[in-house]
Ligand binder design. Structure first.
Ligand SMILES: [Ca+2]
Length: 221
């Protein structure tokens, strides 16, 4: 009899607090353990209030179901929740391309030496002396401080093309297109410029296999 009573006490002790108490305890544990992830929801979803709430709920729901380890070692579901909102934010904030990639953000061309790299650029322009598509390019903008001759020189070890427009996104305004040599020999082009007029200088490629770093020098006489 005594052995049964002791056994019963051991079983009751193993069961622990009653169910509502355990639920409250689990909620507190989850709130503590998941605080960094919930904060991440606010950071990554800040401009999307509704996503911030659903993100927080998803984190805490998973924790209550699987235990605090779900927050200390994030699992696939939680990662997906946070990653999805991160991607949305990223898409919103990355509407602008990298500098020089297209007409939205041309590099400012200075007199003297400029340098760039088309390895990760996109194909934003064609030109009259470029025969095919998929030619990676970067664009520079230059407003002539005086009328004269602008001498442009692009030096590469790949087959570059140099072309110039007066309206960045209008190929009909092309005023020069230079492609005399393959890689290793600089392309040089003189362009007559008018004081106050803005020109867009493209460092482009002869074909899709041509890309890389370059130097672009500009001299005005
Ligand atoms: Ca191109």
């Amino acid at each position: 009899m005594l052995r049964w009573m002791v056994g019963g006490l051991i079983v009751l002790a193993a069961l622990g607090p009653s169910t509502p108490a355990r639920a409250a305890s689990r909620q507190k544990e989850c709130a503590d353990a998941c605080a960094p992830l919930v904060t991440a929801c606010g950071t990554t979803c800040g401009v999307f209030g509704f996503q911030e709430k659903s993100c927080r709920r998803a984190v805490l729901r998973r924790c209550r179901k699987e235990g605090v380890a779900a927050c200390t070692t994030p699992t696939t579901t939680i990662r997906r929740s946070v990653t999805t909102t991160t991607r949305t934010t990223s898409t919103t904030t990355s509407t602008l391309p990298p500098m020089g990639d297209d007409c939205r953000r041309p590099f400012p061309l200075v007199l003297g030496t400029n340098s760039g790299d088309t390895s990760f650029a996109s194909d934003s322009a064609g030109a009259s002396c470029i025969p095919g598509p998929d030619t990676l390019d970067q664009v520079w903008t230059f407003t002539a401080p005086a009328s004269g001759t602008l001498t442009l020189t692009v030096t590469t070890d790949w087959d570059a093309v140099l072309h110039v427009r007066t309206t960045c996104d209008d190929s009909g305004t092309e005023v020069a297109c230079e492609d005399k040599f393959g890689g290793g020999t600089p392309e040089v082009r003189d362009v007559a410029v008018t004081a106050g007029t803005t020109y867009f200088v493209w460092v482009d490629a002869y074909n899709s296999d041509a890309y890389g770093s370059y130097s672009l020098t500009a001299q005005l006489q």
